[in-house]
Ligand binder design. Structure first.
Ligand code: KDG
Ligand code: MG
Length: 395
């Protein structure tokens, strides 16, 4: 079997997605997701200009060898653009292999370890009453666990939840002291309204120092969080030592990581409880499965990043992995617009707050190329965040 063509499809059915379609001489095709929010054109160009020419004529069944040659052969390793591009190839090749086998991908990853994949959804509001309504809405959607984000008095926007828009980044504002005062009150209100059983999560979006994060973790202990996510900037693994020493609030991290090396200290010193990387940004199904197996030795579980900017192709890959691995924790599922579901018709289902990959061979996702072409790429950026005095802060 040989790869005879590979094309990059950029489409914006409500938001941008980058999809790689790999075609073989036997007519079997595979899809991979390389969507990099706000930097989509870079991932698309990396694929088109530097990877597609290398794929033509190669054997799609040699997934590990292809991965290693793209990773090591480039000499310039790691980084989100490179790893999103390699992820799309790896995912497309797994899709092809599973289609040739006539099996849903999870069967090639070891088979089902559970009946279905549990999720969490997003609730947010500018103030507590609006937030409580949002939690009620997510519960009505069937979500068994809820991420809670809330407005901070004095700040213009609910932080960390703005979707990417426009030709220039939107500027948001931030005040760490006000945030640290507000969030425990928010969780107190949510617990009072919904009781002790509902699993609650919170994303600090890399905005705190280790000391601030330690204090927040301690302050949130009475509210028994499922996790506190990205409490400090993720580049500094050592910072998590301080956080861990001071709080038993479970910690999740890793949505911006792209190789196992970003996790080395965090995993071997058991500084976190959940690894957050997505197939799409971590080099594909192959390295993410290896990360989960590594993390399992330290009783750390999976929690794959699943915002709107992971396409249904990347989401399907996550669901297959989540069904197969032993140390599954939870799957983030922000969902997609109806138009996105039409551009990417898929076998996976979301029922009663749980995902199932379905029984279609491969990933079980198609691409309606005509509909995709009718919704072309639109320039778009994530927001930039500034303190009250104008200093740029982490977003
Ligand atoms: O592109 C950035 C988003 O994916 C990110 O802001 C979402 O933090 C996020 C999450 O936990 O889903
Ligand atoms: Mg996050």
């Amino acid at each position: 079997m040989k790869i005879v063509d590979a094309t990059v499809v950029l489409t914006s059915p409500g938001r941008n997605f980058v999809t790689l379609k790999v075609e073989t001489d036997e007519g079997v095709t595979g899809l991979g997701d390389a969507t990099l929010n706000g930097r989509e054109l870079a991932a698309a160009a990396y694929l088109r200009d530097h990877i597609v020419p290398l794929l033509l004529g190669t054997d799609p069944h040699r997934i590990e060898d292809t991965w290693q040659s793209l990773y090591r052969g480039a000499y310039w390793r790691r980084g989100p653009v490179t790893m999103a591009a390699i992820a799309a190839v790896d995912t497309a090749l797994w899709d092809i292999k599973a289609k040739v086998a006539g099996l849903p991908l999870y069967q090639l990853l070891g088979g089902a370890s559970r009946e279905r994949v549990g999720t969490y959804g997003h609730a947010g509001g500018r103030d507590i009453p609006e937030l409580l309504d949002s939690v009620r809405a997510r519960l009505a959607d069937g979500y068994p666990a809820i991420r809670v984000q809330a407005g901070v008095p004095g700040l213009k926007r609910v932080y960390g939840v703005t979707s990417a828009t426009g030709r220039r980044p939107v500027v948001e504002d931030w005040d760490t002291a006000a945030y640290l005062r507000t969030i425990p009150k928010v969780f107190d209100a949510v617990r009072q309204e919904f009781g002790p059983d509902l699993p609650l999560l919170h994303d600090a979006h890399h905005r705190l120092t280790p000391n601030q994060a330690a204090r927040l973790g301690k302050d949130l202990e009475p509210y028994d969080l499922f996790w506190l996510e990205d409490c400090t900037p993720a580049e500094n693994q050592e910072g998590l030592r301080l956080v861990r020493r001071h709080t038993t609030t479970p910690l999740a991290i890793g949505e911006v990581f792209n190789t196992v090396f970003d996790y080395q200290t965090l995993v071997t010193e058991q500084l976190i409880d959940y690894v957050r990387s997505a197939v799409t940004h971590f080099g594909g199904v192959s390295p993410l499965k290896k990360l989960f197996d590594f993390a399992a030795q330290y009783q750390i579980k999976s929690a794959v990043h699943g915002p709107e900017d992971i396409s249904p192709v990347g989401m399907a890959a996550a669901i297959h992995l989540g069904l197969a691995i032993h140390n599954f924790g939870i799957q983030e599922y922000a969902g997609h617009t109806d138009l996105t579901h039409s551009v990417f018709p898929h076998a996976y289902t979301f029922t009663d707050g749980h995902l199932h990959p379905g029984q279609a061979p491969g990933l079980g996702v198609d691409l309606d190329e005509e509909l995709a072409a009718a919704h072309p790429y639109e320039p778009s950026y994530l927001p930039v965040n500034r303190l009250q005095d104008g200093t740029v802060h982490d977003w």
